[in-house]
Write a protein that binds this ligand. Structure first.
Ligand SMILES: Cc1cc2nc3c(=O)[nH]c(=O)nc-3n(C[C@H](O)[C@H](O)[C@H](O)COP(=O)(O)OP(=O)(O)OC[C@H]3O[C@@H](n4cnc5c(N)ncnc54)[C@H](O)[C@@H]3O)c2cc1C
Length: 325
């Protein structure tokens, strides 16, 4: 029996996409082992988010309210989750592999004397065992890790797991958890929040991603990529070579150390297809690559490969899209 604790987040009553994916993974794991899904909602006051979590697969919603939980603060989240895990006694604790999860997971695991697995792509029950899959060696291989003891804290890579399917009318148990949190816990404070400017669709949610690499040889051609992305109602991504060069923002980077995307259509322009780039986009349903080098590794994963100079191909492609849309 594997009980799975999930840290959920949302805006108003709407869970984030990451949360839906965590709940989906937790539900499948709990179902395979006759366990329970326990969703944790942290905040300064009750939130409307709680009500919808049962429909998304939670058996229990553990609500913890405290003035110190007004907004994310790593030290406080670690302390709160340590106390909640102590009471709920889950075998597996799932967090999103975002900035919060990356900060909290190892610290939480240490406090709980638990194992920790990061950047998980798949989690499944195999009898009493729980298996985690993650990339190793820069995406060259997938490792399967077996939990030797519980609990295990894991961070789940966004856009790698199917989200929870909603089941209207599903109910569960809501439990208010009392926490002991002191202001002395807070050793760092957020002094400024800078909202990332997103024009159009968010990269990680886009159904079409048009990505550019070093082959574009500068920032200017990215305007063409933006035009194409706009026509296809998609987002623009980039290889690390392009973001490191400062041609486009770092937040556009796709890959092992960037974002993981799994759109319906991924168009790679002037990208060689290094394993670290492939690590973030091979979940795409259809991959189109434009590259002058017929031996570029990107063609090994591309469903449609165009060998040639993007300068000759892209304008025609954009014209055709304009005709069709
Ligand atoms: C620890 C680590 C983590 C990393 N994480 C990431 C990551 O998250 N994401 C990532 O992308 N990289 C990552 N990298 C870097 C990665 O190894 C590659 O260096 C990088 O992906 C290369 O980017 P690129 O394909 O744009 O450039 P290149 O490898 O230089 O490829 C450029 C391509 O453009 C083609 N080209 C040139 N001119 C044209 C033209 N006119 N028309 C069409 N094609 C043309 C060339 O044939 C070539 O294939 C990481 C590396 C390390 C060590």
């Amino acid at each position: 029996m594997t009980d799975v604790l999930v840290l959920v987040e949302g805006q108003g009553s709407v869970p984030t996409q990451n949360t839906l994916e965590l709940l989906g993974a937790a539900r499948r794991l709990a179902d395979a082992t006759q366990g329970q899904v326990k969703a944790v909602v942290l905040g300064a006051a009750p939130t409307p988010l709680t009500a919808g979590l049962f429909a998304c697969g939670a058996d229990q919603v553990l609500r913890a309210e405290h003035p110190l939980l007004d907004g994310y603060q790593g030290d406080v989240y670690v302390a709160a989750l340590t106390q909640i895990a102590g009471q709920a006694e889950p075998q597996v604790i799932l967090l999103a592999d975002d900035s919060c999860g990356k900060e909290v997971a190892p610290r939480l695991a240490h406090r709980l004397n638990a194992g920790v697995v990061t950047e998980v792509l798949a989690v499944e029950g195999d009898g009493p065992a729980v298996l985690f899959r993650r990339q190793m060696y820069g995406g060259r291989t997938i490792a399967t890790l077996v939990a030797q003891r519980f609990p295990v804290v894991a961070t789940v890579k966004p856009r790698t797991m199917a989200p929870a399917s909603e089941l209207a009318g599903r109910t569960g148990e809501e439990i208010a958890v009392a926490l002991t949190l002191e202001t002395s816990l807070v050793r760092t404070k957020v002094i400024q929040k800078v909202a990332e400017e997103v024009r159009g669709v968010k990269l990680e949610n886009a159904r079409v991603v048009v990505s550019g690499g070093r082959g574009l040889k500068g920032p200017e051609p990215f305007k063409q990529l933006e035009e194409l992305a706009q026509l296809l109602r998609g987002a623009v991504g980039a290889s690390r070579a392009a973001t490191d060069a400062g041609w486009v923002p770092a937040s556009w980077q796709v890959g092992q150390t960037g974002k993981t995307v799994s759109p319906d259509l991924y168009i790679a322009v002037g990208i060689s297809g290094a394993t670290q780039h492939l690590a973030g986009m091979t979940g795409s349903k259809t991959i189109v690559a434009i590259n002058t080098d017929p031996d570029a590794p990107i063609f090994k994963v591309a469903h449609l490969g165009i060998v040639g100079d993007y300068k000759a191909i892209l304008p025609k492609f954009i014209e055709k899209c304009k005709e069709l849309t």
